[in-house]
Design a protein around this ligand. Structure first.
Ligand code: AMP
Ligand code: TRP
Length: 345
């Protein structure tokens, strides 16, 4: 039986969303809600795999929810909620802790990066994080998962977990009428945003990231117009004028990044941008990029601020989303319990 197409994705409540999140993830999610049933989740349980101040976490959940709505996510068309309100995520994650192998998780590069040298002191949750991510997706039998390319490895793990579950429990799965033995779909990554990798404004070889110590390296979605313009003006470049076509950006990571940002924000391509700016100096291009960035991001920041000023309204939206999500997850989680041999009333 083919699986009905369903989109799931999760975002960490960190509070400081930047241009990379916007172009790499948010725009794509919003596009997908035109064609698919979408479930979007603020992953607060993932957030506490590293220490979070409770008061800050609370604010960050609301802020990230507001940011997605400000960017165009419609909580009526799609489902928007925070993870901890739907207990099935944690329930399925436990089952997956017992499906995934230590060896699989040991290969996860993000754990190595996040745990750093002091591995012994990392939380067990940080290590098991990809199992929870697999549960997020599969508790809805989601088939398509929009993510940035840094999440590809975790998604492969989710496919491995789905496959091993289907295989280990094959007899029980077939006995319950899933004739092809496929209980879980193998979810596919969707990595097609206008800019899947936005780079730091200070170093074109590093990803734009909320954890970069230099605030000049990123444009935050709630930066004011002057700050945005300053960051664009100070962005690192090279001494050459701009090339006339995208091939000429080879080996010029800073130029490539700025042209990519311009193309994504203006809804065009790098070649189109270069057809206009080829041969011209960065100073001229940067002035226009600053103007474009302020025009696109200014209203977004204002809308985020407006929405976060009414936390009760955001909490209501999250509660409504959680109820709708739980209704989809409940029968799937019930089947899982039967399949693994639990008794339920
Ligand atoms: P994070 O900020 O790491 O929690 O990521 C949230 C989402 O934004 C994920 O889908 C990331 O892959 C995406 N993302 C984060 N940083 C960037 C970036 N610099 N360029 C493109 N996508 C990004
Ligand atoms: N790990 C993802 C990130 O850091 C967030 C996430 C959690 C997620 N669960 C998910 C993404 C399920 C897609 C699907 O960006």
């Amino acid at each position: 039986m083919p699986f009905e197409e369903r989109v799931f994705s999760g975002m960490q409540p960190t509070g400081s969303l930047h241009l990379g999140n916007y172009l790499g993830a948010m725009l794509q999610w919003i596009e997908l809600q035109k064609t698919h049933q979408c479930i979007y989740c603020v992953v607060d349980m993932h957030a506490i795999t590293v220490w979070q101040e409770p008061a800050e976490l609370r604010q960050a959940i609301r802020k990230v929810t507001a940011a997605y709505m400000a960017a165009g996510l419609d909580p009526k068309t799609s489902i928007l909620f925070n993870q901890s309100q739907v207990a099935a995520h944690a329930e399925l994650a436990w089952v997956f802790n017992c499906i995934a192998r230590l060896g699989w998780l040991n290969r996860m590069t993000q754990f190595k990066e996040k745990a750093g040298k002091d591995r012994e002191n990392a939380s067990v949750g940080l290590f098991a994080y990809p199992n929870l991510m697999a549960a997020d997706i599969l508790v809805y039998k989601a088939t398509h998962v929009p993510v940035g390319d840094d999440q590809k490895q975790h998604l492969e793990l989710a496919r491995d977990i789905a496959g091993k579950f289907n295989n280990d429990y094959n007899t029980e799965i077939r006995a319950r009428g899933f004739d092809d033995g496929e209980f879980f779909p193998l979810p596919e990554p969707v990595i097609t945003g206008p800019a899947t990798r936005v780079m730091s404004l200070r170093d074109g070889t590093k990803k734009m990231s909320k954890s970069d110590p230099s605030d000049l390296s990123r444009i935050n979605l709630t930066d004011d117009a002057d700050t945005i313009a300053k960051k664009v003006r100070k962005a690192k470049t090279d001494p050459e004028p701009l090339p006339s076509e995208a091939a000429g950006l080879q080996g010029r990571p800073e130029a490539e990044n700025l042209i990519g940002i311009f193309a994504a924000l203006s809804g065009s391509s790098k070649d189109t941008v270069l057809a206009e700016y080829g041969g011209r100096q960065f100073s001229e291009f940067k002035a226009n990029l600053a103007e474009l960035s302020v025009a696109k991001l200014g209203p977004l920041g204002a809308e985020i601020n407006r929405l976060t000023s009414d936390p009760a309204e955001i909490d209501k939206i999250l509660a409504d989303g959680a109820a709708r999500a739980a209704a989809i997850a409940a029968p799937i989680m019930g089947d899982v319990k039967d399949i693994v041999g639990f008794i339920r009333s």
